[in-house]
Design a binder for this molecule. Structure first.
Ligand code: ADP
Ligand code: MG
Length: 400
């Protein structure tokens, strides 16, 4: 069938089955969701059918972490890994469809984020050209070819082309999912990086403020991995941090990070909170004779504090409600520390309280962005990304 005609047919369907594929800065694995979407824009209704996370094979994860670092990220490897990750994303999609007991012909479209390997949101002058850049790999043509399903992918570049930072892109979908007539809300995702979408009560999309608050799990994961020499990759349920003591001196030092003083719109990534910074912090902590438990307690507190402080500094108010999602919401110590920081001023919820499993949130967001793209709706929020205009994010690749 004429593939363009097929896209128009899908667009006209009242209900669509969509599959979201997401791997964030943690590079822990590919979170997937299959969701039934009805309608679009503020009329969007969703029903989650199935969700799961496919862990990256250890060898692949190591390769991705090599690519993250300018010193070890080689161009031939990046070129190849773009296609290899395409295969793994396609596999993740097919496994999810199988597990849900569905046929691939039942899925109307796939929305894929890809794997961010580098994010350079600050304007830089290269020769006579001013540029910022971001790169997500996991070739969507492979996904469309292996699954045969219409694939919408690579959302960020168009926002950058329009003058934005290409992030945070969840703001538009957060508005669809969480706006309220009576309550102001912060939708706080805690992935590798933590980002917030603030939606004032009874607000139009133009009222949204969204930015990265700082590190989410990135420093927690990085420190554990570094100090256990790769034996552990994260602090399950925050158990290790719970045994440590927060060191105020180290915390003070961490709070001096220049990113925290930058005004939104702003986004960050591994360049600022990745391996280099982690090693610097560990060295400092070791000079202070802190053990793994204390360092982790301090870093976990730091994550909570950067979230709370950024609300105080950059939001017009502490929101009535704060809804937490992402892998960090499973870290009990982090959640407790967040409660200590802002619990008196805001009511803290989890995405689960709104019927969205933490793991399914980000891939769900992508399916909503893709659904909007199919409907021809501009799906970035200029006040969040800093873009000069609204644009349609997402490259559309026909299925078979
Ligand atoms: N049970 C848990 N306890 C503590 N931390 C967890 C738990 N489950 C997940 N995480 C953290 O969440 C991270 C993954 O979160 P995720 O939302 O997938 O981030 P990203 O979008 O960056 O991939 C893991 O690397 C880990 O640090
Ligand atoms: Mg993840």
């Amino acid at each position: 069938m004429d593939p363009i005609k097929r896209i128009m047919e899908i667009r006209e369907k009242d209900e669509k089955l969509a599959l979201g594929l997401m791997s964030g800065t943690s590079a822990d694995g590919i979170s997937t969701v299959i969701v039934k979407l009805k309608g679009n824009w503020t009329e969007t209704k969703f029903k989650i059918i199935h969700y799961r996370t496919k862990k990256y094979p250890e060898k692949i994860r190591k390769e991705i972490f090599k690519i993250f670092q300018p010193e070890t990220g080689k161009v031939d490897n990046i070129c190849m890994m773009n296609f290899v990750l395409g295969e793994i994303f396609a596999e993740a999609a097919l496994e999810t469809i199988d597990e849900a007991g569905l046929k691939r012909t039942e899925i109307d479209f796939i929305a894929s984020h890809g794997q961010t390997i580098h994010h350079m949101p600050k304007m830089k002058k290269i020769y006579t050209y001013m540029a910022r850049s971001t790169l997500q790999i996991g070739e969507p043509s492979i996904i469309a070819e292996r699954t045969g399903i219409l694939t919408i992918a690579d959302f960020r570049p168009r926002d950058i082309a329009a003058g934005g930072e290409g992030a945070p892109i969840s703001a538009y979908a957060d508005y669809i999912l969480f706006r309220s007539k009576t309550k102001s809300r912060a939708v706080q995702n805690i992935g590798g990086i933590a980002n917030v979408t603030y939606i004032p009560r009874n607000s139009k999309p133009e009222g949204i403020i969204a930015f990265d608050t700082g590190p989410g799990n990135m420093m927690i994961d990085g420190i554990i991995e570094y100090l256990t020499r790769g034996k552990m990759t994260f602090d399950e349920n925050g158990k290790i941090a719970a045994r440590g003591k927060v060191n105020c001196k180290l915390l003070e030092y961490l709070m001096e990070h220049p990113y925290l003083k930058r005004k939104p719109p702003k986004t960050t990534g591994r360049r600022e909170f990745g391996r280099k910074y982690i090693i610097k912090v560990v060295k400092r902590a070791e000079k202070m004779n802190l053990n793994l438990e204390d360092i982790l307690a301090t870093i976990t507190k730091y994550t909570a504090k950067t979230i709370a402080e950024s609300y105080r500094r950059y939001l017009p108010e502490i929101p009535d409600e704060t809804i937490i999602g992402g892998g960090g919401s499973h870290n009990k110590t982090l959640m407790k520390m967040l409660e200590e920081e802002i619990g008196d001023e805001t009511r803290i919820f989890r995405h689960e309280d709104f019927g969205i499993p933490a793991q399914a949130k980000e891939p769900l967001i992508l399916t909503i962005l893709a659904n909007e793209a199919i409907h021809g709706h501009f799906n970035n929020i200029p006040s969040a990304t800093g873009a000069k205009r609204k644009v349609l994010m997402g490259k559309i690749i026909p299925g078979r």
